[in-house]
Design a protein around this ligand. Structure first.
Ligand SMILES: Cc1cc2nc3c(=O)[nH]c(=O)nc-3n(C[C@H](O)[C@H](O)[C@H](O)COP(=O)(O)O)c2cc1C
Length: 195
């Protein structure tokens, strides 16, 4: 894995230091609760991020996923460093992002740790395969992005993990699952918005 661009990290750090130095008494009023409460208004597509190696597989539900660049294709995932999947991504240097379709809210809860089901058991009852990276790929996901880890930036409890996309596939059901205001929904394609 390439190390994070040191000049970019230094630039971010120096901007933060400058802000604090110029405003030593500036109150930090944003609490975690305020932040979570406001961020829940931001609708997001729901994915399962997976990693795997020699018989072991892990995955977690993630909404903090974003396109970074198209030429060549890169995306980012924000992953809590305490998670098993984070450890396996670091160990293998690969991960896959599976974009769920609108009918998969129960699967999102399972991989989101809301049902008490952990590890390998999260994969039961569904068809999974692998592409070039070896990370588990859900065969009927809306879209799948198979990635090699190329950058990692630690921010508080999470790592921003940047993946170079090796392979992309789309499947039949193209209506993605959306998460907003602590609930699941869907965005209707423009052609379906009648009345
Ligand atoms: C809708 C939803 C979105 C989530 N998004 C993220 C995310 O973007 N990044 C993250 O680190 N955890 C996210 N989580 C929490 C993880 O999915 C959860 O902590 C994970 O299942 C823990 O896995 P583990 O038991 O293997 O440690 C999300 C959970 C839910 C239900």
């Amino acid at each position: 894995m390439a190390s994070p661009d040191a000049s970019a990290v230094a630039a971010v750090t120096s901007v933060a230091a400058l802000f604090t130095a110029e405003r030593p008494n500036a109150p930090l009023t944003a609490t975690p609760d305020d932040f979570i409460d406001a961020m829940r208004l931001l609708p997001a597509g729901v994915t399962i991020v997976t990693a795997g190696s020699r018989g072991r597989r892990c995955g977690f539900t993630a909404t903090a996923v974003c396109s970074v660049a198209a030429e060549p294709p890169h995306l980012l995932v924000c992953a809590n460093r305490a998670m098993q999947t984070h450890e396996l991504i670091e160990a293998t240097g690969h991960f896959a992002v599976n974009l769920l379709h609108a009918g998969d809210a129960a699967l999102a809860d399972r991989f989101g740790g809301r049902t008490g089901i952990e590890g390998e058991e999260r994969f039961f009852g569904r068809r999974w395969t692998t592409f070039v990276s070896g990370a588990p790929v859900l065969t009927d996901a809306c879209a799948v992005f198979d990635c090699v880890l190329v950058e990692r930036l630690a921010v508080a409890t999470h790592d921003v993990m940047v993946g170079r996309v090796l392979e992309v596939r789309r499947s039949g059901d193209q209506t993605a699952l959306v998460y907003v205001d602590r609930d699941y929904g869907r965005v209707m394609p423009p052609g379906d918005r009648s009345g």
